[in-house]
Design a protein around this ligand. Structure first.
Ligand SMILES: [Zn+2]
Length: 295
């Protein structure tokens, strides 16, 4: 019998709410989420584009599916291209357009590299892979609401990691779907990351909503809502220049600073708290940025 590649698996984390991850890989580090209302289902982020996410979502819901993204990074938008549209934070639309042009062969190569050994040779150029061609992009803004029917998902601007990064709050399940807004390894080192003072301001804005959710389901990790307090405390230290300033090699090649010391060669903080961030010094010195600056 032909062996089938289990591209995805889903876990129901709340009523009609699923966390979806890649199942055919050794280490699935990216999560996306499908939430069903009476009228339509909302897919929040779409991970890496390995596997036909649309077909998989259709096994979970028979409602029409809208796609919305927390931000434009490729490990959150890869599956968008199996759909014909997405809702994207306005300030991340430009960087999302830069993803267009990736060929399905490139995605397949990555899939083969990351697949468990038993699936590696079975991966074929079938409808699990598509070129990242242009799709319709609709902008979303702070305060926008997705009315799924009996279920409202609110958009909250938490720009920092990227200029447009948002969090989606499901008022019914009291879950905030947070992408990379605030986690144990929040990267503020990208060219389109905001100045740290702007990130702090946006975390304080998220704090105003903190009573509306208990859990934060992120693009890579899951936390209690209290991580928002740790984030505000830590980012305020960075702004004041009183953080640990641990020098490490950054994702983008250069040197970055971690706000809180990590355990040796490890990931968690020495002091047992959960939030951490990396940044470059220019982002601390930069003035607050409330408008898009196109360079
Ligand atoms: Zn990201």
């Amino acid at each position: 019998m032909e062996k089938k590649i289990p591209y995805f698996m889903a876990e129901e984390i709340a009523e009609k709410s699923w966390m979806i991850t890649n199942a055919f890989v050794e280490n699935s580090y990216a999560n996306c989420y499908l939430i069903e209302g009476e009228d339509y289902a909302l897919l929040i982020d779409s991970i890496l584009g390995m596997g036909n996410l649309k077909t998989f979502c259709e096994t979970l819901t028979d409602k029409p599916i809208r796609v919305a993204n927390t931000h434009s990074h490729s490990d959150h938008v890869g599956g968008n291209f199996h759909f014909d549209h997405c809702y994207m934070p306005d300030r991340d639309i430009a960087s999302f357009q830069d993803c267009v042009g990736v060929k399905k062969e490139q995605v397949m190569e990555i899939a083969k590299k990351t697949a468990l050994p038993e699936y590696r040779d079975l991966i074929e150029p079938d409808d699990n892979f598509v070129d990242w061609n242009a799709i319709k992009v609709y902008p979303i803004y702070d305060g926008d609401m997705f009315d799924l029917g009996g279920r409202i998902i609110e958009v909250v601007d938490v720009g920092g990691h990227t200029a447009g990064e948002v969090v989606f709050i499901d008022h019914k399940s009291r879950i905030a779907y947070s992408g990379d807004a605030c986690n144990g390894n929040t990267l503020l080192e990208f060219p389109n990351s905001l100045p740290i003072i702007s990130y702090l301001r946006n975390l304080l804005h998220l704090k105003e909503h903190q009573k509306e959710f208990d859990k934060m389901y992120g693009g890579h990790e899951i936390f209690d809502a209290s991580i928002v307090d740790e984030a505000i405390e830590t980012v305020a230290k960075v702004v004041a220049g009183t953080d640990d300033k641990c020098e490490r090699p950054g994702m983008m090649g250069g040197t970055v600073f971690y706000a809180a010391e990590k355990v040796k060669d490890g990931y968690p903080r020495v002091d047992g708290k959960h939030f951490n961030m990396s940044y470059v010094p220019e982002k601390v010195a930069a003035p607050e940025e409330t408008r898009q600056i196109i360079k």
